[in-house]
Design a protein around this ligand. Structure first.
Ligand code: CO
Length: 211
């Protein structure tokens, strides 16, 4: 059997098991999608949103990219954000990074990953530059890496707060809360590292006053 054929076979077994447990399972799911959470995570295969939070299909709206970045020209990310906030009316947006992130590690090197990846990873180098003093004071390389993972998540949450999508929802509906989390690959535990809510002040420079 080819590797991908196993996926299809396992899918059949999974669907059968779900219906046996609960005959209405798929009927119910297909009728409503009302997730309370938008998850912006890393594409890393070891950080599956539903599995590590023990949630079911229908509970979390998910966007994933390399190193969980929120970039203001990323139409894919912005479409997901707008749909989740404006139409699904999610209560929480979670940016979940993870220790041991290959994207963050790559950005800490001076290696040429060629144009497209260089362009993407440069955003993480910018986070490093913003926190050069703090990071360069950490002698242990592993700890410096861990800290950059945390700072990257914090930075991406702040990027969310700079969008008119979030600012408008905050002004009109006092939601969503923004959360920065870091998942530990070695112990499976998520550490909350940052939070922003409708009342959280943001840099005046980024505030829209005529939304
Ligand atoms: Co990663």
């Amino acid at each position: 059997m080819k590797a991908y054929e196993k996926l299809l076979l396992e899918n059949k077994a999974w669907a059968k098991e779900k219906v046996e447990d609960d005959p209405e399972y798929f009927n119910r799911l297909s009728l409503i999608q009302t997730p309370k959470f938008l998850w912006i995570g890393c594409s890393d295969s070891r950080v599956p949103a539903n599995e590590i939070t023990n949630t079911q299909p229908g509970e979390i709206f998910v966007h994933r990219n390399v190193a969980n970045l929120v970039i203001h020209t990323d139409v894919n990310l912005l479409s997901v954000l707008e749909y989740a906030v404006v139409h699904l009316k999610v209560k929480h947006v979670i940016v979940c990074g993870h220790y041991g992130c290959g994207g963050v590690k790559a950005a800490m090197t001076n290696h040429d990953f060629k144009q497209v990846l260089n362009m993407w990873l440069r955003n993480i180098k910018d986070v490093y530059r913003l926190h050069t003093d703090e990071l360069n004071n950490i002698e242990n390389e592993e700890q410096r890496f861990d800290r950059l993972v945390e700072l990257n998540v914090i930075e991406q949450v702040q990027h969310l707060a700079k969008t008119s999508i979030i600012q408008k929802a905050w002004r009109n509906e006092q939601r969503p809360d923004l959360h920065g989390w870091v998942y530990g690959l070695k112990n499976g535990v998520i550490h909350p590292v940052f939070e922003m809510k409708a009342q959280t002040p943001i840099d005046r420079l980024y505030q829209y006053d005529d939304l």
